[in-house]
Design a binder for this molecule. Structure first.
Ligand code: GLP
Length: 236
């Protein structure tokens, strides 16, 4: 795994927006995997600015988001779908060609997970996967534990993960759903390229373990060490 260290979070986002825009220029029909959380907000602001300035266009891009909460639908302000509308899709002059989300409000969640994996497969897999890092080393919502799921699956969220997502629910961690749907490690590991963004002091232990630690299901991001083309963009 390559590691690029920048002075601050803005520099990380500057590098990331260049990477994403270059990938789209190379292939306007890029299949792009996207994360949520606080870390990619700076990237999304830049992508919107670049799109408005005509420096990048999503009009042929297909996106797949990594994860979604269970029990709420995409219209709920706390959902990741609503987050993506607020921070990226809803601000673009021209929306991406196709956006894909897991639907945590689906009546049959098993069918929903299968549907998502099939859609990923039909799209030919992710070409560029942007990732964020949980302070506990999770990627998407692949939480640390004795095993990892390869496919999209339903997951019980750790208390710390729910606390980290409280912002989406007016700061109230008790309102954060207890379960989520996430793509599995295989979609992430099979992405042609993975770009992990991690900034801030609280991520430092997870970054160190991801890059230099043992490969372990107790730190899912450590598997990126095996990825054929993964880079971590981090701040000092
Ligand atoms: C969340 C999301 C992840 C995200 C991570 C880091 O729970 N499910 O996809 O990458 O945690 O979030 P943040 O960037 O806010 O630290």
């Amino acid at each position: 795994m390559k590691v690029r260290v920048f002075a601050g979070a803005d520099d990380v986002a500057d590098a990331a927006v260049r990477e994403v825009a270059a990938a789209i220029r190379l292939n306007p029909s890029l299949v792009l995997g996207l994360p949520t959380g606080r870390t990619p907000l700076r990237l999304y602001d830049r992508l919107v600015a670049w799109e408005h300035a005509g420096r990048v266009s999503f009009s042929r891009v297909t996106t797949f988001n990594l994860d979604e909460f269970v029990g709420i639908n995409g219209r709920d302000a706390g959902s990741y779908r609503a987050y993506m509308e607020r921070h990226l899709f809803g601000r673009l002059r021209r929306r991406p060609f196709r956006v894909n989300f897991l639907d945590g409000g689906a009546a049959d969640l098993d069918a929903e997970l299968l549907r998502y994996d099939r859609a990923l497969q039909r799209a030919g897999g992710i070409e560029l996967q942007i990732l964020g890092l949980g302070a506990n080393g999770h990627v998407g919502f692949n939480e640390p534990g004795p095993a990892l799921d390869t496919r999209s699956h339903r997951v019980r969220l750790h208390t710390k993960t729910r606390e980290a997502n409280a912002d989406l629910f007016d700061g109230d961690a008790r309102r954060v759903p207890r379960e989520a749907l996430t793509v599995g490690m295989s979609a992430i590991m099979c992405a042609r390229r993975a770009l992990m963004l991690a900034t801030g002091r609280d991520k430092a232990p997870a970054v160190a373990a991801m890059v230099n630690g043992q490969l372990t299901t107790h730190l899912p991001a450590s598997f990126l060490q095996l990825h054929r083309d993964a880079a971590a963009l981090v701040d000092r």
